[in-house]
Ligand binder design. Sequence first.
Ligand code: SF4
Length: 358
Amino acid sequence: MDPLHARYPFLAAARESVREADIGLVAIVTGDGRHPAVERGVERVRRALIDGTVRPDPETGRRWDARAELLSYPVARVLVSLVDAPGAVEKYASAEANTAYDRFTDDFRNPDDGLKSTSAKAISLDALLAEFDLASDVEELRDGYRIDVGRYLPLSSNLDGESWTLATRQLAGGTVKISAAELHELLREAVRQRVAAGLPTRVPDEIREGLTDEVAELEDTFSDVDFSQDIDVLAPDCFPPCVESLMERAQAGESLADHAEFALVSFLASANADTDELLALCGVDSDTTAKSVHYRAKRVGDESGAQYAPPSCETMQAYGECPVADDEDPTTDARCDSISHPLAYYEDALAEAGRAGE
Ligand code: SF4
């Protein structure tokens, strides 16, 4: 099994690999015990909806072979079609696209030189452009690229920011000038659109029944983070210690791990920060980091209002991001003893300060 397909399971060739694996979804979900592809599929959806990535959970340290990784993708698509969670499809597609983006930009920086082990096979820009039928519509220049305007528009229309509008672009001969970083953003969007296409999918009864336990397990996890109260005040002095700590680290220039950046951005978005406030509170000072945070900020609050909830205290503790639960130097905060979610802390602190609904 080609390890590249396990890293990029949305590729057309990866779909072919699944077909050639000659093991149907029914056999995977109804076999004895939980198939590794189902186990990984559950993790994929859980990570996508809670952490905004589908990378394996570093907390469990579990490694998946290429077969389980590849087969977990169709399982995850079925699971995300079955779970009852707000915005599940949109969050899942964004998380798959985010993970692919991290991987392909890394691959472009570190191309496969033929010496790498096969388990680290890289994808090239040319191959990815060809995958999305963009090869003849994107021309490389000395200082960036030109893309056919007819391809640019559907890929950029969902992206946030003035700079994506045609009015701010150099148009010539039916093409739009873009930078390399912008081309990568458009490719991320191409992945997101492909993953989202056809979701939610119709699930045959046999498969639905085979995944009853997994769907219940996922819904249980999400109920832990389903925090739906509206907060309409931004008051950083009322933030809980975990968020203060993440903000300080981000402002000091630390590159936060995916789960930490996600926790910070989703909290700030839930605490009513708009994109500019969010970038300022994260101390973003480089274009690349700004783009990453900007993208996350856009994705944590989607158009349907199905906003990502930030992780619960339990999840923050599991990630080692709760200063109150720090084994070596715990922060003391009485309010943390009475709540189970950072947003509950914030609401409580706002109420005590008489600032709720300001
Ligand atoms: S107990 Fe909860 S709110 Fe308090 S610091 Fe830890 S994660 Fe944050």
